[in-house]
Design a protein around this ligand. Structure first.
Ligand SMILES: [Zn+2]
Ligand SMILES: [Zn+2]
Length: 159
């Protein structure tokens, strides 16, 4: 693989500037590097969500999440969790690094059983992430626009 991203200077040290993962695999980490994970290169799906929980938890106008089989996500390092009720009424658990606060992935037995929704920005290589849909478009701030060619749902898609 080619080197990923530029190095980010944090006080006194550089965070990794390259990745060495096996072919067919992708990897990711939190901001401080205490939590790392591996996922397959091939993702099941990807989408953008503008719900208020995504806005609050990311501090931005949306989350872009990548869908993997939960059994394909291998995490190393300690994560903490925060469980909240989604705009649709499902319990969603956010898994984050207790040291730097980076939100890494979401799980939810009722909303998306068997899946881990990885926050796209935490992937070491997110160059092939292409959101296929937008949900909670009704909550979208005017300053966070999306690809108009993909399906937009005011809330969640039906069904
Ligand atoms: Zn961290
Ligand atoms: Zn959301």
């Amino acid at each position: 693989m080619t080197p990923q991203r530029g190095c980010i200077r944090s006080p006194g040290k550089f965070i990794r500037e390259t990745t060495n993962v096996m072919a067919g695999k992708n990897s990711g980490s939190c901001q401080c590097g205490s939590v790392r994970y591996e996922v397959p290169q091939d993702m099941k799906n990807a989408g953008k969500c503008h719900c208020l929980m995504c806005q609050k938890s990311t501090g931005s106008g949306s989350s872009t999440v990548v869908f993997y089989d939960i059994n394909d996500l291998k995490v190393t390092g300690e994560t903490k969790t925060y469980t909240y009720t989604s705009d649709r009424g499902n319990a969603v658990t956010s898994h984050f690094c207790p040291k730097c606060g980076t939100k890494l992935f979401l799980t939810g037995d009722t909303g998306f059983p068997g899946l881990a929704l990885v926050l796209a920005g935490t992937l070491d290589d997110n160059s092939n992430v292409k959101p296929q849909f937008v949900v909670f478009d009704k909550r979208r701030p005017a300053w966070d626009s999306d690809d108009p060619s993909i399906p937009h749902f005011a809330e969640m898609p039906p069904g």
